[in-house]
Design a protein around this ligand. Structure first.
Ligand SMILES: C[S@@+](CC[C@H](N)C(=O)[O-])C[C@H]1O[C@@H](n2cnc3c(N)ncnc32)[C@H](O)[C@@H]1O
Length: 282
C-alpha cells in the first residue's frame, strides 16, 4: 500500500468526485430521517495543500485552486456552493490551504442525526483521519479492508444513505473488485445510493468495466466522466469517472451544469470533455 492521497488531494479527479458527493449529501439531507455514509476507502480526512506532498505534484493548483479562483456561471456556482463553501470555511477556520477529503466533506454537509463509517486500511492515514475529524460521535473510524466493509456494513440501520467506494487503483483487478462491490451492495441495499470512482487511463479496460457494470442489471445507474488530459499511455491518468447507482433524480442535470462549467477549468488544454449519461436507464 504505497498510495498516499496527500499527493493528489484537490486535483481534477477529486474536484469532480467531491462536487458529486456534495450534491448527493445535499439531496440526502432534504429529508429529516437520518442517513448513513459508508466510505470504504476514506483516506486521511483533511489535507494541507501547502504540505510537501501536494506541492510536489502541484495537482491541486490545476484543480481546486483554479476552481476557487474562477468566476463560475451562476447556476454552476449555486450547485457547487455547498462543496466550495465547505472548503472556504475550513480554510477560514483552520488554515489557508486546507482541503476536505470525503470524510470531512460528508461530516460538514450532514446533520446531528446522521451516521458515518470510515474505513481506512493504512494505519498512519487512519490515525490522521481520527485526529482530523476529532471527537465527532457520529463517526466510526475503522482499520478495515474497504472491500470487506461493503458486506459488513450494509444494509445500514437507517435504511437510507450512501456507499462511497474510492480505491487507490494501485493493484491489479480493482475494476473487477468494483463490479463485485456493486453487486454485493445491490444484494444488501438495493434502494441505497452507491457511488464508485474509477480512473480513466486504459480506455479498453474502462470500456470493459462499463459493460460489466451495465450487465449487472442494477437499478438506474448514472455514469459521469471527465477527460482532463490527453491519452498518452496506459499508465497516465487522462480523466476520471463515477458510477452512481440510484442517484438523486436531479443529479444528472446538476452534474451536466457543474461539468460544463468545470471541464474547461480542469482540462489541461482548456477545453475538456465530460459525459453524463445513463449506463442503466430508469
Ligand atoms: C483515493 S484514496 C481515498 C480518498 C478519499 N475517499 C477522499 O475522497 O478524500 C484511497 C485510500 O484507500 C486506502 N486504502 C487502500 N487499500 C485499502 C483497502 N483495501 N481498504 C481500505 N482502505 C484502503 C489508501 O490508504 C488511501 O488512503
Amino acid at each position: 500500500m504505497n498510495y498516499r492521497h496527500a499527493f493528489h488531494a484537490g486535483n481534477a479527479a477529486d474536484v469532480m468526485k467531491h462536487a458529486a458527493l456534495a450534491r448527493v449529501l445535499v439531496h440526502l439531507a432534504k429529508k429529516d430521517t437520518p442517513f448513513r455514509v459508508i466510505d470504504t476507502h476514506a483516506g486521511a480526512g483533511i489535507y494541507d495543500l501547502s504540505g510537501a506532498s501536494a506541492q510536489k505534484t502541484g495537482e491541486a493548483e490545476a484543480g481546486i485552486e483554479r476552481v476557487l479562483e474562477a468566476n463560475l456561471p451562476a447556476p454552476a456556482a449555486e450547485l457547487l456552493a455547498p462543496y466550495l463553501d465547505t472548503v472556504r470555511r475550513m480554510r477560514a477556520e483552520g488554515g489557508a490551504r486546507l482541503y476536505p477529503g470525503s470524510p470531512a466533506l460528508a461530516l460538514a454537509l450532514s446533520r446531528p442525526q446522521d451516521r458515518f463509517v470510515f474505513c481506512e486500511l493504512h494505519k498512519e492515514e487512519k490515525a490522521k483521519l481520527e485526529r482530523r475529524i476529532g471527537e465527532d460521535a457520529r463517526a466510526k473510524v475503522m482499520v478495515q479492508d474497504g472491500w470487506h466493509a461493503v458486506k459488513a456494513h450494509l444494509p445500514p440501520r437507517e435504511r437510507r444513505g450512501l456507499l462511497l467506494v474510492d480505491p487507490p487503483f494501485e493493484e491489479q483487478g480493482e475494476f473487477g473488485r468494483l463490479v463485485e462491490a456493486l453487486e454485493a451492495a445491490h444484494e444488501r441495499f438495493a434502494h441505497g445510493i452507491a457511488m464508485i470512482w474509477y480512473p480513466i487511463k486504459d480506455l479498453r479496460a474502462v470500456d470493459a468495466f462499463r459493460r460489466d457494470v451495465a450487465r449487472l442489471r442494477m437499478p438506474k445507474t448514472l455514469k459521469v466522466e471527465l477527460d482532463f488530459a490527453e491519452v498518452r499511455s496506459l499508465d497516465s491518468l487522462s480523466g476520471s469517472g463515477l458510477i452512481i447507482v440510484n442517484p438523486p433524480f436531479t443529479l444528472q442535470e446538476e452534474m451536466r451544469i457543474i461539468l460544463s462549467a468545470l471541464s474547461p477549468l480542469l482540462a489541461h488544454d482548456g477545453k475538456g470533455r465530460s459525459r453524463v449519461s445513463w449506463l442503466v436507464p430508469e
